[in-house]
Design a protein around this ligand. Structure first.
Ligand code: BGC
Length: 393
């Protein structure tokens, strides 16, 4: 353990420099070797230096490889941890809490000191992190809060309520003139605490426009039943989310949107608004709306700034996305790990209650991206290369 702490201390110095230049993927990686592995067990080019006789210092568990969002996070972790000289391993749960638990157990058996975990299912992950905690591992919940357990030490997250607010506000600011505008609502997976936070933010800004008749909910009787309530309880949110969930799955999103448009009458067609919770589901839903001859125009939200959605935004097929800079989130969690292992208390700026405790948290702001600022937000910031897109002005 002492050796690990020393290497973390060393890395802390390196990390400070690294964070200052955050965004560059060409940072000094003089210490060569690669001990990082991906879920398939194949060695990656993580560039991590093995300083501890083959064991893994920092274990990372991410929900799925099937969404580009989490591949962005993987790339950032491997780059930051590798450059800082940590051995690390990123494992994917592939949508299964059982796989997630096995992944945690694997990492614990490999001797990780810190576990950074983005839960597949926030409640189900409690058992896995309790096991890690019992083995002396520091647990950092990453992006998604793990609920119902005191085995979560820290939480690094984007401001998820602000994501939902930004989506709702975009629809308000870009709505067609008039009243009675059809509004289609979609949400994330009910097993993800973030789905509630995104919906809470969106509802906060959209509800007054629904209550005064400017917007008319087109696809959720549960939401219609609650439309006069400015603030919803978790149970009430759960009822609506249960009806409009995409499960974070493109196919579910597509078939729900198809069913909604098939059932919709003429007054729910024409110029419409769509609250889509993230980019993957937004692209699926947008394709369905674009194919309906009775939809004259649609505005649709998203989040994550996935490459495919950035192209959709440039092409006018998706109206906005929210940029959640994974460089910052990954760097924040690594910085937190370094701090813990140096015996310091990591800097946090808020807390999130997970039903068992107020988890100290570090929260990162989000940026709204539309056609107008896509270049400035995503290319000039070094997140993507202009050459990865067509039609960029
Ligand atoms: C994340 C989003 C992501 C979604 C689906 C959420 O918890 O915050 O960025 O799009 O999960 O994976």
């Amino acid at each position: 353990m002492k050796k690990k702490i020393l290497s973390f201390m060393l890395a802390a110095t390196m990390l400070t420099g690294l964070l200052a230049g955050c965004g560059s993927s060409e940072s000094d990686n003089g210490a060569a070797s690669n001990s990082g592995q991906n879920a398939g067990g194949a060695a990656t080019e993580a560039g991590a230096t093995n300083t501890d006789g083959g064991s893994v210092q920092v274990g990372i568990v991410l929900p799925t490889k099937d969404e580009p969002r989490w591949l962005q996070d993987q790339a950032q972790f491997e780059s930051i941890l590798g450059d800082a000289g940590f051995t690390n391993q990123v494992l994917f749960s592939q949508g299964s809490s059982a796989t997630e638990k096995t992944n945690v157990e694997t990492l614990v058996s490999q001797g990780v000191s810190v576990l950074i975990i983005c839960a597949q299912d926030g409640a189900a992950a409690a058992a896995a992190v309790e096991e890690a905690k019992a083995a002396g591992v520091t647990v950092i919940a990453y992006d998604r809060l793990i609920t119902g357990t005191d085995a979560v030490d820290y939480y690094v997250t984007f401001d998820s309520v602000a994501v939902g607010e930004a989506q709702g506000q975009y629809l308000i600011d870009n709505a067609p003139e008039g009243t009675g505008i059809p509004l289609y609502l979609y949400a994330g997976a009910a097993t993800d605490n973030n789905a509630f936070l995104f919906f809470e933010g969106a509802w906060k800004v959209l509800q007054p426009k629904i209550a005064d008749g400017t917007f008319v909910i087109a696809n959720s009787p549960e939401a219609v039943a609650l439309q006069d309530k400015a603030e919803l309880t978790r149970d009430e949110q759960g009822k609506i989310i249960g009806q409009i969930t995409t499960d974070w799955d493109f196919n579910v999103a597509k078939s729900k949107a198809e069913a909604h448009l098939t059932a919709a009458g003429a007054d729910s067609k024409g110029d419409v608004l769509v609250l889509a919770p993230n980019d993957g589901t937004a692209r699926s839903i947008a394709d369905v709306f674009a194919a309906d001859k009775d939809i004259t125009s649609y505005r649709i939200t998203g989040q994550d700034s996935e490459k495919a959605s950035v192209q959709y935004v440039i092409d006018g097929k998706q109206s906005m996305t929210v940029f959640k800079d994974t460089r910052t989130l990954a760097a924040d969690s690594v910085e937190m790990a370094v701090s813990v292992l140096n015996g310091n208390t990591p800097a946090t700026d808020t807390t999130y209650n997970n039903e068992k405790k107020d988890v100290p948290a570090k929260q990162t702001d989000i940026v709204v991206v539309t056609k107008d600022n896509v270049k400035q937000a995503l290319i000039d910031s070094g997140y993507y290369e202009a050459s990865e897109f067509t039609g960029l002005e």
